[in-house]
Design a protein around this ligand. Sequence first.
Ligand code: BDR
Ligand code: CA
Length: 315
Amino acid sequence: MNKRPFLIDCDTGTDDAIAILAALYSPQIDVKAITSVNGNVAERYTSQNNLNLVEYLGKSVPVAHGAVRPLLGGVLDTEGAPDTHGKTGLGGIQLPTAQRSFDPRVADQLIYETAVECKGELELLVVGPMTNIAIALCNHGDLAGLIKHIWFMGGACQGGNVLPTAEFNIWADALAGHIVTQSGIPMTMVGLDVTLKAVMTEEDIAQLRGVGTKACTLAADLLDFMVRRRDAGGEDLVMHDALALGAALCPECLTCVDAFVDVEYSGTYTMGHTFSDAGRRYPAGKPNASVALDIDVPMFRKWLVETISRSKAEE
Ligand code: BDR
Ligand code: CA
């Protein structure tokens, strides 16, 4: 089987890490590179988490640094959301510090060169603020035509988690969100109103722990952190980012509809709002995205546990 080439752009992040684990062990895709961005925590942490993670798993995927600040958006203090992901992003889990080096290219260059190498077949999994992708589009005029599809976790048809109408990834760099959604690249939006339903359980943790590989044990440890976070009144065991990967690799998990999507990057109360005419009550433009509306939760959980459990074949 020809594996689909993917590049992951992320702000790792506990749930980003679980999405990366699933991507690295999925038989359907070949992860060509991981690029890091400021978001959940500062870029110096997200990039180091990415590098540590791939080396810990014995993978040779290139990891690059990326944007340390947004073009225009909410995360300016570079300390992000330590309550949700722990101070350095992995919920207090300390992976061994990687011995290998970062790819010498900064995110936008690595994204571009990977897209050129993949000759129009590259798909992007974008699960943090969209700064790196927007910079890449601004620096490389032909990039949009070289990306086959963007699968992103961000925005919401309704609601938000940092403002009443704004989700974190998009709010954290609203201008980047606007640039990317208007790029003409085919894309699928997996928004917060759907990802909030993608909740794992203690049963899933037990199943992963039972497999006993490094990948499954790490996933179980990350989920255990989320159990403690939930029990302390914080977010549940929500798989925001892995669900965007699920849209690409297990599309039966989701119900989607074509819609026009754009991001409000100015506005006193609405900066970072993803306008989506998914209901087509107020059609605002030609559909430019497939937008997730609902999820089959048991099917998604099964897919995620099984995909990470494939690490068994490599250990
Ligand atoms: C998004 O923000 C982060 O906390 C998660 O990693 C996810 O990408 C959810 O709003
Ligand atoms: Ca994320």
